[in-house]
Design a protein around this ligand. Structure first.
Ligand code: OKV
Ligand code: MN
Length: 252
């Protein structure tokens, strides 16, 4: 029996109907069979503010999550670098609880640290500066005070800029910094970490013996292509973590 599921980086958007369908199916088929669901960031391609629940697509996602919560599943959310503007309005509509990054869970006899992963990409100094700015309450207050259409236009502009200048490639090449990961383990007192963001699904075994640490990296999802990518991690009642691929098959 499964006690928790972990997933991230779906980058949900109306223009990706197969990816959206795959997520809704995941909620119905798999998430209904667990006690807790952890959404670890970048579930949306971007989030312009909770008032964007007026967009039918966003409402559909919130409704699906709410239905799962009504079914009895506890849902938890860690913000990603694209959907960090999700607030209490969406949380309430979707029936989920917002968590800090990082967050430690104690479940099935295990202690596991959860994070999105972008805060550990410290080698990307330009991104870290941008992150520090947009995570400021004052910045967010000012941004959210603008009309929704203007906020969307600003975000779209940022996305276009980052695509045009081909900076996106270097973002994808960017990986977590080993020292930042070490600090996260030290700060949380855990030896297991699950994160996403880098789109480099893996199980990294660091050290050995008493000091062994495990870093699980979740995959991103993309089903609107010939060879779909995706997957999730489960925690079973025996305290074992399992990795699953886009087809729902267990991988080592
Ligand atoms: C995606 C990354 C750009 C890395 C901005 C509110 C703000 C969302 C946003 C804008 C940027 C995502 C959504 C993009 C990933 C980058 C740079 C580095 C390391 C706001 C909500 F600021 F206006 F309030 N963003 N875009 N990076 O161009 O797709 O992942 S993005
Ligand atoms: Mn991310």
């Amino acid at each position: 029996p499964t006690v928790a599921l972990f997933v991230s980086d779906l980058h949900l958007q109306a223009s990706l109907p197969r990816t959206t369908a795959a997520f809704l199916e995941f909620l119905q088929i798999h998430a209904t069979q667990t006690q807790q669901l952890y959404l670890l960031g970048d579930i949306f391609e971007y989030w312009a503010g909770d008032d964007d629940l007026v967009t039918p697509y966003n409402r559909e996602i919130a409704d699906a999550l709410k239905a799962l919560q009504q079914h009895g599943v506890q849902i938890f959310w860690i913000a990603g670098n694209r959907d960090f503007l999700v607030g209490t309005g969406f949380a309430e509509a979707a029936g989920l609880a917002l968590l800090d990054d990082p967050h430690v869970i104690r479940l099935a006899g295990r202690e596991i640290a959860l994070a999105h992963g972008d805060a550990q990409c410290t080698d990307d100094t330009a991104y870290m500066a941008f992150r520090a700015q947009v995570r400021q309450p004052a910045y967010q207050q000012q941004f959210l005070a603008m009309p929704l259409a203007q906020r969307k236009a600003i975000i779209e502009g940022m996305r276009k800029n980052s695509q045009d200048s081909n900076q996106n490639k270097s973002y994808e090449i960017m990986d977590v910094n080993a020292d930042a990961i070490g600090q996260l383990f030290a700060q949380t007192g855990t030896n297991v970490l699950i994160h996403g963001h880098t789109h480099r699904p893996a199980l990294h075994v660091l050290g050995s013996g008493e000091s062994q640490r495990l870093r699980y990296v979740l995959p991103d999802w993309e089903y609107d292509i010939d060879t779909p990518r995706g997957g999730w991690i489960s925690l079973t009642v025996d305290g074992v973590l399992h990795r699953f691929d886009a087809a729902g098959g267990e991988i080592g």
